[in-house]
Design a binder for this molecule. Structure first.
Ligand code: HEC
Ligand SMILES: [Cu+2]
Length: 347
């Protein structure tokens, strides 16, 4: 994919968060089955569980798959047998109807119902008294994130969720416009984000690492570019991270960065964006306080680099048509570079 920009003559990049490298393997070389299995691993896979909820759902998924597979085989074998023998020689005709057609489904479906009921209860009770609540609001087409720790000021961020490993956390999801759906398959089940209503998703991430999620409910033209990153840190590292977030962004260290910051205010970016410790406090767009530390830009659309930030500022409407940020294609290249460098330095 080639993104625009007179800036450095444009550049080529793969999407920030290609789910798997398998796509580069020429299909004739490997059987399709192998390709399909490769797709099961990685940072956005319900089959590679790294959270308690995802693990429970995975086990249930395998039970359904194995049970359904066994029943399919048995029915197929019976059907084959029935086709081969003469009808009057097929043993126990009535018993099959009553046993296979009524008793068996009643027993298996009841057992499954009880299992699912217990599962739903366990999932709902994962974080009864959460020490951390993360409020996530879906916008067309990005994610506003607020961390709430009892007794502390809420902390605002965007497009990336950082979680402590092993600690129960409650996600509270809502929407600012249309229905979105929050789904990080490696960590937990999917949950709808509904305007005017808050849904709760208790979560315990187990394995530190970088995961990916995305909007799972069609929400308009750029629904496909509405992804997010989840960074799971060891609990101690998470506490240090949280404390560090409250620090205002540092003064620009070089004259170029200072020029970038000044241009940010001169072009009015602060009317939509907030940067902690500056007078920028806009709420229309993502908080940019730690933009440089996030793995991806514009909700998983591009990897975060000075070049991609510059390309975004200049061509937001080209990269993600109809999103709510105008393209700023009027500034000179040096100003653009400086602005992108300043934003990238916010870590
Ligand atoms: C009218 C409001 C508005 C203005 C003005 C605006 N932006 Fe944005 N900006 C947004 C919105 C909304 C998004 C989210 C777009 C999306 O991903 O759908 C965004 C996204 C971004 C992002 C990506 C953020 C992330 O979390 O990855 C950057 C960087 C950014 N804007 C920089 C700027 C800069 C620099 C300016 C000034 C030159 C600016 N914006 C002006 C609304 C605005
Ligand atoms: Cu969406």
């Amino acid at each position: 994919m080639v993104w625009p920009g007179r800036h450095r003559g444009g550049f080529t990049t793969a999407p920030a968060t290609a789910p798997t490298a398998a796509r580069s393997v020429p299909p004739p070389v490997l059987p399709a089955a192998v390709l399909a299995l490769v797709g099961c691993e990685g940072r956005q896979s319900a089959l590679d569980a790294a959270g308690v909820g995802a693990q429970e759902i995975l086990v249930t998924g395998w039970i359904l798959f194995a049970g359904g597979g066994a029943i399919l085989m048995a029915v197929m074998a019976l059907a084959l047998y029935a086709a081969l023998v003469r009808p009057e020689r097929f043993p126990g005709r009535r018993a099959w109807v009553i046993g296979g057609g009524i008793l068996f489904p009643v027993v298996t479906l009841t057992a499954l119902q009880i299992h699912e009921y217990a599962l739903a209860r366990r999932l709902a009770m994962l974080a009864p008294e959460p020490a951390l609540v993360v409020e996530i609001t879906g916008y067309m087409w990005w994610w506003d994130v607020r961390y709430r720790v009892p007794g502390q000021e809420p902390l605002r961020a965007a497009n990336e969720i950082v979680l402590p490993a092993g600690r129960p956390v409650e996600l509270r999801v809502a929407s600012a416009d249309v229905i979105h759906s929050f789904w990080a398959p490696s960590l937990a089940g999917k949950i709808d984000m509904i305007p005017g209503h808050v849904n709760r998703l208790p979560m315990v991430a187990q394995r530190p690492g970088l995961y990916r999620g995305q909007c799972a409910e069609y929400c308009g033209a750029q629904h496909a570019l509405m992804a997010f990153d989840v960074r799971v840190l060891p609990a101690g590292a998470f506490d240090a991270w949280m404390a560090d977030q409250r620090r205002p962004v540092p003064e620009p260290a070089t004259s170029v960065l200072a020029r970038g910051r000044d241009a940010f205010f001169a072009f009015g970016c602060q009317s939509c964006h907030a940067v902690r410790g500056t007078e920028a406090s806009g709420l229309v767009g993502p908080d940019l306080s730690r933009l440089g530390a996030r793995p991806s830009l514009a909700a998983g659309t591009l990897p975060t680099r000075v070049e991609t930030i510059a390309a975004w500022i200049q061509g937001a409407q080209h990269i993600k048509p109809e999103n709510r940020m105008p393209s700023f294609d009027v500034m000179d290249g040096e100003t653009l570079d400086a602005m992108a460098a300043w934003l990238e330095s916010l870590k």
